[in-house]
Design a protein around this ligand. Structure first.
Ligand code: ZN
Length: 241
């Protein structure tokens, strides 16, 4: 992968030169989770998906976008009954996320896309986002990557009857399993997935995963490029009079 899109691969001189030249227009900050994904998918699923999508989108927008990795775990208390899940308390997650956004703002970014890959992070972020906008005074977005998919995509590509948008991403179900079969098939334990009571995941194929992935990259890149060109902005919400 192109090392010029990963913030942590740059030296301070390389970063400084590109920022001072006005080249860097957008930071993409992937967030997700490290949590159980039923018996057949590896725990890194949400994190690895969000990171890969962030990287592919940044490559499309090169050299204007950088991926800033700094937070792998998410809000997963509801999965802690399955040992191995790593969970942050909502307050911890939001504090770390706020500190990372603050670091990017202080580095000079005025467009920041927090690209989310885990449903459990949504409620906490939605609840505080207007406060983040007032605090940071930049165009900072929280965006679950599957929001770019439509009802028509689901009808065309899902055989399990999962509907959009209400059933996405669907925990380790057909959609996530298809994405894994395409992006990192070594994470799918095909010797056990058909033994589970729920037949939904075993309807996944790598071909469907590829179709989903390509649509996601196209549309998230489009969303991000609109942030860069100024046509997709979050205004700072009003203050108390
Ligand atoms: Zn997941």
């Amino acid at each position: 992968m192109n090392s010029k899109i990963w913030l942590n691969k740059l030296t301070r001189r390389e970063f400084r030169t590109r920022m001072n030249a006005g080249e860097l227009k957008l930071a993409i900050l992937p967030v997700a989770a490290i949590e159980q994904h039923l018996e057949h998918l590896a725990m890194e699923h949400d994190w690895r998906s969000a990171r890969l999508i962030a990287g592919a989108v940044a490559e499309r927008l090169a050299p204007q976008a950088l991926v800033a990795e700094g937070l792998m775990a998410g809000i997963s208390e509801h999965h802690m009954v399955h040992p191995g899940t790593l969970s942050l308390q909502p307050g911890t997650f939001l504090t770390v996320l706020s500190d990372l956004i603050d670091s990017l703002v202080r580095a000079g970014f005025t467009n920041i896309l927090v690209l989310n890959g885990h449903g459990g992070n949504i409620a906490a972020c939605d609840a505080v986002w207007d406060q983040f906008l007032r605090k940071f005074q930049v165009n900072v977005h929280f965006f679950p990557y599957w929001n770019v998919l439509t009802k028509e995509d689901a009808e065309e590509l899902l055989d399990s009857g999962s509907r959009l948008p209400e059933d996405l991403p669907g925990h380790a179900q057909e959609f996530e399993t298809a994405m894994a079969l395409h992006l990192f098939p070594e994470n799918v334990r095909q010797d056990v997935w058909k033994d589970q009571q729920d037949p939904n995941p075993s309807m996944a194929t790598a071909e469907k995963g590829q179709a989903f992935y390509e649509r996601i990259i196209d549309r998230v890149a489009n969303y991000a490029s609109e942030m860069i060109d100024g046509t997709r902005t979050h205004a700072v919400p009003p203050y108390h009079p």
